[in-house]
Design a binder for this molecule. Structure first.
Ligand code: GLA
Length: 388
């Protein structure tokens, strides 16, 4: 079985700084680090004003950054030979494309606060394209770097917004904001209850071990892409539903009442998912507040997966295989996490069954001719910070 080691922050920072020296010469002005994430529950409802419950992973992205005297930007990464050089005022939708859009987009979004040119070198332990928020880790580490290097004196809220704009407007992925919020607000040992209707947050202690369970993060290694139209189509479907129902949010609506106002089966499924998922997050919070986890939380997770698979139609054969295998192996519950269409799943497993569950998930993938999954540590980590 394939477990992904956690890379110590020091090694991550060293990797970014070493690349910086090799690419640009001299020392970086500092190194900033931001984490990837999983979402415990509350999927595809951040952009619908729902509550979500993500936590940060101990896998993160480090950026080594130095100010320049001009308004140019150079960006390099240990993950690719594709570097990018350009003027900040040339950045716009689609320019640059690819990974550099996420850093260039943040610079673009923070221009009005008075930033100048920079050189940036990236090194990350967040698997890319696995639905574990490698893009938000990149945006948020870089946003914090710019904010400190140019002494912007802005709150993290501004950096979160800039990171979301980079992703939506420059990279062209119409994602909702959960990922940037958790990267900037995570607290070690906690999940973040983020209410996307009013932006309020509450840290919720997440000590699954105390109730005899552990969370298994499964990267199915089936690439997930959020810029290919399916994600945007889900958002568009909800806009159609709002218009048909004459509402601006599904929050507070009763599912039966809402779907009785719709006649399109696909739309009915989309709306049913959003309303039921909002309720599941509320129930999950009640359970965690009681210090419980195990069966009760597991059942909600599995119900969330079924809803995402059948009503929202964002799962994939790889994700379904991982979830089914985890449940067969005795997991309390399991679900896809993140945007879906490939990517990662999570399973809540009795502590003593963790190895057996991972083995069953791996062999089940092999039997079905699916890629071999990778398992990750799920110790809730802290938020974006300066490393040196
Ligand atoms: C992606 C997006 C988030 C969220 C999830 C689904 O991770 O970036 O904003 O919509 O998908 O819950």
């Amino acid at each position: 079985m394939n477990w992904l080691d956690v890379v110590a922050e020091e090694d991550l920072a060293d990797g970014a700084a070493a690349l910086f020296r090799a690419a640009f010469g001299g020392e970086p002005g500092g190194v900033w680090i931001a984490p990837g994430r999983v979402n415990l529950i509350g999927e595809h409802i951040d952009y619908a004003g729902g509550p979500v419950l993500p936590f940060a992973l101990p896998y993160a992205t480090a950026v080594a950054v130095r100010r320049r005297e001009d308004a140019m930007m150079r960006a390099v990464s240990t993950h690719t030979d594709n570097s990018w050089t350009g003027a900040i005022d040339e950045i716009g939708p689609g320019t640059p494309s690819g990974w550099a859009a996420y850093v260039a987009g943040v610079a673009w979004a923070l221009q009005e606060y008075g930033i100048g040119g920079v050189d940036v070198a990236v090194h990350s332990s967040v698997p890319v394209g696995s639905g574990l928020s490698s893009s938000a880790a990149l945006e948020c580490s870089f946003a914090l770097a710019l904010s400190e290097l140019f002494d912007l004196q802005v709150e993290r809220k501004v950096l979160i917004e800039a990171s979301i704009r980079a992703e939506n407007e420059i990279a062209g992925a119409s994602t909702g904001g959960m990922d940037q919020n958790i990267a900037m607000s995570a607290q070690a040992g906690h999940a973040l209850l983020l209410d996307c209707l009013d932006g309020s947050t509450r840290q919720i202690p997440l000590d699954l071990g105390a109730s005899g369970s552990r969370l298994l993060v499964i990267d199915t290694n089936a690439p997930h892409r959020l810029v290919d139209g399916q994600y945007g189509a889900r958002r568009a479907a909800l806009d159609t539903a709002y218009a048909a129902l004459g509402v601006t949010t599904l929050r507070g609506l009763d599912s039966e009442q809402a779907v009785s106002g719709l006649d399109d089966d696909i739309l009915i499924g989309r709306v049913r998912h959003v309303i039921s998922e909002i309720r599941r997050v509320e129930q999950a919070v009640e359970i965690l507040d009681r210090g419980a986890a195990g069966t009760e939380l597991g059942e909600l997770m599995t119900a969330s997966h079924v809803s995402l698979r059948d009503d929202y139609e964002v799962s994939s054969p790889e994700l379904d295989s991982a979830v089914d295998a985890a449940l067969r192996a005795g997991a309390y519950g399991a679900r896809m996490t993140g945007g879906g269409f490939g990517g990662s799943a999570i399973a809540l497993v009795p502590s003593d069954l963790i190895q057996a569950a991972a083995a069953e998930i791996s062999s089940s993938a092999a039997r079905s001719g699916l890629p071999e999954p990778t398992f990750l540590s799920a110790e809730p980590a802290g938020s974006a910070h300066r490393f040196f």
